[in-house]
Ligand binder design. Structure first.
Ligand SMILES: Cc1cc2nc3c(=O)[nH]c(=O)nc-3n(C[C@H](O)[C@H](O)[C@H](O)COP(=O)(O)OP(=O)(O)OC[C@H]3O[C@@H](n4cnc5c(N)ncnc54)[C@H](O)[C@@H]3O)c2cc1C
Ligand code: FES
Length: 259
């Protein structure tokens, strides 16, 4: 389990409407974190809301950890208002199931919405080991983030989609990924995004017999295996058992979970 750390907020930037990038001083987290891990962040000093909010690590370099939040409700709203210099109370890095990296020849990395953020560190770590084909999907132009940052990693291919066609390719990101894979096989798919997207990726990977790792950013409570707020069906020889996304995940082999 991760330990509580006080991390100074060094920089906060609104990168598009309602989406903020945070840089915090967190040398231990930066040293330990593996792609796919997340932080449980205390969002207020008053005890309201009581529960910490899980947020993925976007990037870690030297002493600095970056994460990106989209304001959804009270917790993320409070986070977005924190002042520079504030010491943020963070548990992490958390999650035992992380993205597993090997020397794959060709990979597809597919993300949707806020699910693209944990894929950045992963993509950077895969650089030089694999041909990187990255597919990032957003609802519309206003929500497109991190395109330049992914591009600068140096990719074989970057496809940006919007559901409404207001920027780059129109349609579901998974359709573009599937079409490319039909033409050029990959040896691993990595995915993070909304449940509907992950279901599509999982089904395709199983049909095509392609190894696939998915990060399940389910709702979480405690984040440390104590509340059952994040149950997922893990497939067993005799059927299934319930596992915890926060402890065993958030990354699972797609073939091992029933979502
Ligand atoms: C492992 C993990 C990693 C995450 N990483 C990030 C990240 O890098 N950046 C980021 O912006 N968000 C991330 N999230 C989602 C984030 O934790 C939630 O958006 C946040 O907790 C909502 O808190 P809130 O108090 O603002 O909203 P609440 O008041 O709790 O909820 C407001 C709205 O957001 C929806 N919501 C709450 N939790 C989630 C969720 N997990 N997924 C989708 N919708 C949700 C609710 O259904 C509701 O409609 C992650 C979640 C998990 C479990
Ligand atoms: S979030 Fe509490 S058990 Fe997983």
């Amino acid at each position: 389990m991760g330990i509580i750390r006080k991390c100074e907020l060094l920089k906060k930037e609104m990168i598009t409407n309602g989406i903020y990038k945070f840089s915090i001083k967190a040398p231990e987290i930066a040293k330990e974190v593996k792609p796919g891990q997340f932080l449980e962040i205390k969002v207020s000093d008053t005890g309201e809301p009581f529960l910490r909010r899980p947020i993925s690590v976007y990037n870690a370099e030297k002493d600095i950890v970056e994460f990106i939040i989209q304001v959804k409700g009270k917790g993320t709203e409070l986070l977005s208002k924190l002042d520079i210099g504030k010491e943020i109370d963070i548990i992490g890095p958390l999650g035992f199931g992380t993205f597993k990296i090997q020397n794959y020849k060709n990979v597809a990395i597919v993300g949707g919405g806020i699910g693209i953020y944990p894929l950045y560190q992963l993509t950077k770590e895969l650089k030089g080991k694999s041909n990187l084909n990255v597919y990032l999907g957003f609802r519309n132009k206003e929500l497109v983030t991190c395109e330049k940052e992914f591009e600068e990693i140096g990719l074989n291919k970057l496809v940006i989609t919007t559901d409404d066609g207001s920027y780059k390719e129109k349609g579901f990101v998974t359709d573009f990924m599937k079409k490319d894979i039909e033409e050029h096989m990959v040896d691993m798919i990595f995915a993070c995004g909304p449940l509907a997207m992950l279901k599509t990726v999982r089904k395709f990977a199983i049909e095509k017999n392609i190894p696939c790792q998915i990060s399940l950013e389910e709702r979480m409570g405690c984040g440390i295996g104590a509340c059952l707020g994040c149950a997922v069906k893990v497939i067993t020889e005799n059927g299934f058992r319930y596992g915890h996304v926060c402890k065993e995940g958030p990354v699972f082999n797609a073939q091992d979970v029933d979502i």
